[in-house]
Design a protein around this ligand. Sequence first.
Ligand SMILES: C[S@@+](CC[C@H](N)C(=O)[O-])C[C@H]1O[C@@H](n2cnc3c(N)ncnc32)[C@H](O)[C@@H]1O
Length: 227
Amino acid sequence: MAQFLWPSERQRGCATASRPIWTRIWQPLSPGAVGWEENPDRTPLDLKALFGDKPVWLETGFGGGEHMVHQAATYPEIGIIGCEPYINGVAMLLGKIRDAGCENVAVHPGDVRDLFDVLPPRKHRQSFLLYPDPWPKKRHHRRRFVTPEYLEPFHKVLKPGAEFRVATDIPDYVRQTLEEVPRAGFEWLGECADDWRTPWDDWISTRYEQKALREGRTPHYLTFRRI
Ligand SMILES: C[S@@+](CC[C@H](N)C(=O)[O-])C[C@H]1O[C@@H](n2cnc3c(N)ncnc32)[C@H](O)[C@@H]1O
């Protein structure tokens, strides 16, 4: 049986044995230089070197990574970059990638805002924001993803026409999403009042959604198109 190699191991043909353990585990999935220390000039990532001519997707805050790996395995013809600062989540993702044998995933184990700096403009064709941190207190609402601080750079990296999917179990997050996302240059694709109840055809329930369901909260699924 052929040995499984991460995508960048294949590209670089690199020997991994001498690298520190965490670097050895995660580095082969790196999308390139994202952090300020390694990329102070904020040079854009080379997506072509990463995924060739594949359309590139983005998942913010992938948690345990089940949805991202599901998408990568369902659509081997795309490349997907995920970011997640929660290090246990990144560790869980790595096992899932190995199990699924996906070769089209890259990971930034940190804040999406650092990634926005170095993603080339107007490239991403699809993006997912699934059960983002709710920040329930009113004074913390400005920390939510659906605020100009995140949405402006996010809009820049998406290709016109790109789809943006949001899932949340928090009604006030739905309210803010429906107010702020169109203001940032997206149109909501909901066609009828009940649209938000139906998950996407290629949906797989995430860990956080399972928790929400166990605790009696209702999922909302919102789809936008980048104008
Ligand atoms: C409520 S969890 C949902 C995880 C997963 N999407 C799911 O549905 O199970 C929200 C995730 O967003 C991540 N997150 C929060 N702020 C982030 C940021 N600025 N950049 C990237 N991820 C972030 C958190 O670490 C957390 O894992």
